[in-house]
Design a protein around this ligand. Structure first.
Ligand SMILES: CC(C)(COP(=O)(O)OP(=O)(O)OC[C@H]1O[C@@H](n2cnc3c(N)ncnc32)[C@H](O)[C@@H]1OP(=O)(O)O)[C@@H](O)C(=O)NCCC(=O)NCCS
Length: 177
């Protein structure tokens, strides 16, 4: 297996238009439809990194601050930030564009985790990620803390073992500032 792959090799850009069938009664994009697009764009990035079948293991909290209107063009960008054993963290950014008004805003940033599996659905090892740009390095370094947080919340990791996570809260030295 290839030992390492560049983070940028997994990059995906997907463009959609908000059509009447995608909207709620206020003519804004349904949250579930957006999450579907996010799942698809992130799954493609995870597949590109691993060259495997992938399944969604988790989606970190997504909040809906900016409504996306009927007729807007939605651009979703995804890229694997870091791979562990069989799992990969994928970073997703969503942009909504009103082309006639010449307005484009970043509406969402989210992290999804995918697991590469074999034909029987069993987790299988994936290549490591090699970050190059400053942003890729920052995302790579933060990925370990985010992994520990989601595994603790999923009751898959004992909080005592979440060393990187504890260090940001300074939990081992509570009296120090
Ligand atoms: C995800 C799945 C393959 C994990 O299988 P498992 O038997 O629990 O396997 P393991 O305990 O060996 O975990 C495998 C990897 O998944 C990761 N993982 C499992 N649950 C996770 C979660 N909630 N969040 C983040 N990562 C998770 C583990 O950390 C591990 O990562 P690593 O190999 O990089 O260390 C399995 O739970 C599954 O198939 N889930 C259904 C996936 C699916 O259908 N998704 C679509 C939703 S409808």
């Amino acid at each position: 297996m290839t030992k390492k792959k560049l983070a940028s090799q997994s990059a995906v850009i997907m463009t959609e238009m908000v059509l009447p069938n995608d909207t709620n009664t206020l003519n804004n994009l349904m949250g579930g439809k957006l999450m579907h697009w996010m799942d698809v764009v992130a799954a493609i990035a995870a597949q590109k990194h691993s060259n495997r079948i992938v399944v969604t293991a988790s989606a970190d909290s997504i909040s809906f601050k900016h409504p996306i209107a009927l007729g807007n063009v939605v651009t979703l960008k995804s890229q694997v930030t870091r791979a562990f054993n069989s799992s990969m963290e994928v970073f997703i950014e969503v942009w909504a564009e009103d082309i006639p008004a010449n307005k484009k805003i970043l509406t969402h940033r989210a992290f999804f985790t995918f697991v590469a599996v074999d034909q029987n659905g069993r987790p299988i090892e994936v290549p490591e990620v090699e970050p190059k740009t400053e942003e890729e390095v920052e995302l790579y370094e933060g990925a370990l803390r985010r992994r520990q947080l989601r595994l603790v919340l999923a009751k898959r990791m004992d909080p005592k073992d979440a060393v990187e996570l504890k260090s940001i809260f300074n939990m081992d030295n509570p009296k120090e500032s």
